[in-house]
Ligand binder design. Structure first.
Ligand SMILES: Cc1cc2nc3c(=O)[nH]c(=O)nc-3n(C[C@H](O)[C@H](O)[C@H](O)COP(=O)(O)OP(=O)(O)OC[C@H]3O[C@@H](n4cnc5c(N)ncnc54)[C@H](O)[C@@H]3O)c2cc1C
Length: 408
């Protein structure tokens, strides 16, 4: 099947908090921007019933409600959304390609905001009962269906305990399987104290899942193994909610960009990967705290950096490089010395008809210096026939040294 080709300035892979924030920044910068989302716009945040720690919402917000606002804002700035799965990417070079089943999206910038997926226990029969057959990763989605029932929560981190408490509003009993010794949990102290006092919650300490048991239709029990005694007990449940962490969605990018051993994308503080024009934001990045607030911060930086990258690429192609001879003065506008030399450069241009002077402020556009491999400013680069002929830096900059440069 021949794929339909479309062109964008920026394609964002993943429509969660990070992707949509990047979209808002790109859309607002008037870049033609596409967000591709394979499941639910809003991403993982839509899994949670209540978000209480995202600033600006003192009464809290539902994850879904918050993400709907993000999408509304992105759409306001012209960001387009497509609900489909990204199958492959070509990231090297200026023309990047993002492929879905039917389309090929060509773009200048790719922002990877593909987040993560729930980690599985690896216990026997897990695959058999995933999602609608009794194993869930979303209390918001499946709590109501468990009204009056007995459910199990696997894990003791913030998500496990907070979602477990939410489940007590519906289920009669919430059994929590905790890997650690009695009283030790991975969640914050406030959640821990509240959960331990909650009469509907029961804790089974030092336990891990050995097997999921049931019939063809549905999960009926979880076999828990006591890590101290080795004893295995079948605990009858209607649904089992697994909250034991997340794995990054980075299979598509394996071998293309740098990642940690755990598969998280490595970026610098500008959200740049090692490939020019490829940025990454949100939970899919290797970072200290994975939350909506930090996903938003990453997305904002990635969107801003994308705009800078495109502006610098255009300046580089249209002004810096060219057939006709030109000198490029790379300077830092914040430096007095660099500013004083501007006068010398302008005089030089006036005395040498036919030689064009281009001024590039690296304080604002550091990418231009990077493209020319210039590490120090001030610097004068001589370009001829679309090629960098040579450079002179710092104290060497005067009329006679520039004369020597342009005579090469
Ligand atoms: C149960 C739970 C409770 C939480 N509670 C809170 C809380 O109270 N406060 C808080 O701040 N944070 C909370 N978080 C964390 C928060 O949800 C995440 O940090 C945040 O959603 C990360 O956003 P993201 O955009 O980086 O990634 P995600 O939200 O994971 O979005 C990534 C998106 O990319 C899509 N995608 C992946 N691969 C592809 C592909 N190949 N093609 C197209 N699309 C793709 C995915 O479908 C997904 O929608 C909670 C998380 C969970 C699971």
């Amino acid at each position: 099947m021949e794929k339909k080709i479309e062109h964008y300035d920026v394609v964002i892979i993943g429509g969660g908090a990070a992707g949509m924030t990047a979209g808002i920044y790109c859309g607002r910068a008037r870049l033609k921007t596409l967000v591709i989302e394979k499941a639910l716009v809003g991403g993982l945040a839509t899994y949670t019933n209540e978000i209480e720690n995202y600033p600006g919402f003192p009464e809290g917000s539902t994850g879904l409600g918050l993400m709907e606002l993000f999408q509304k804002q992105a759409k306001k700035f012209g960001v387009q959304f497509k609900l489909t799965d990204v199958r492959s990417v070509k990231l090297e070079g200026e023309d990047k390609v993002v492929e879905t089943f039917r389309n090929e999206y060509h773009c200048k910038v790719v922002i990877i905001a593909s987040g993560g997926k729930p980690r599985l226990t690896g216990a026997t029969n897990e695959d058999k009962y995933l999602y609608d057959k009794g194993i869930s990763f979303c209390a918001t989605c499946d709590a109501a269906a468990n009204t009056g029932k007995t459910v199990m929560v696997i894990g003791s981190g913030d998500a496990a305990i907070e979602e477990g408490m939410f489940l007590t509003k519906f289920a009669d009993k919430v059994i929590v399987s905790v890997l650690h010794d009695e009283g030790i949990m991975d969640c914050n102290e406030i959640a821990k104290a509240e959960a331990l006092q909650n009469e509907k919650m029961e804790f089974l300490w030092n336990t891990t899942v050995a097997e999921f048991k049931g019939d063809e239709e549905h999960l009926r029990a979880v076999a828990l193994k006591n890590s101290k005694t080795g004893a295995i007990v079948d605990v009858p449940v209607d649904t089992c909610f697994i909250f034991i962490g997340y794995l990054p969605n980075t299979e598509l990018f394996q071998g293309m960009i740098d990642m940690t051993r755990g598969g998280y994308v490595i970026t610098n503080e500008r959200m740049e990967t090692r490939i020019p024009g490829v940025f990454c934001a949100g939970d899919v990045r290797d970072k200290f705290l994975k939350q909506v607030a930090t996903a938003v911060g990453d997305g904002a930086i990635a969107g801003y950096a994308a705009e800078k990258y495109i502006a610098e690429s255009e300046m580089f192609e249209n002004q810096i490089m060219g057939e006709t001879p030109r000198i490029v003065y790379l300077y830092n506008a914040a430096s007095t010395n660099d500013r004083e030399l501007l006068g010398v450069m302008e005089q030089y241009e006036q005395c040498h008809c036919g030689l064009q002077l281009i001024k590039a402020d690296v304080y604002k556009s550091s990418g231009i210096a990077q493209r020319l491999n210039v590490e120090q400013t001030p610097c004068v680069a001589y370009i001829r026939d679309n090629q960098l002929v040579g450079c002179i830096t710092c104290e060497d900059i005067c009329s006679s040294s520039i004369d020597k440069l342009v005579c090469r």
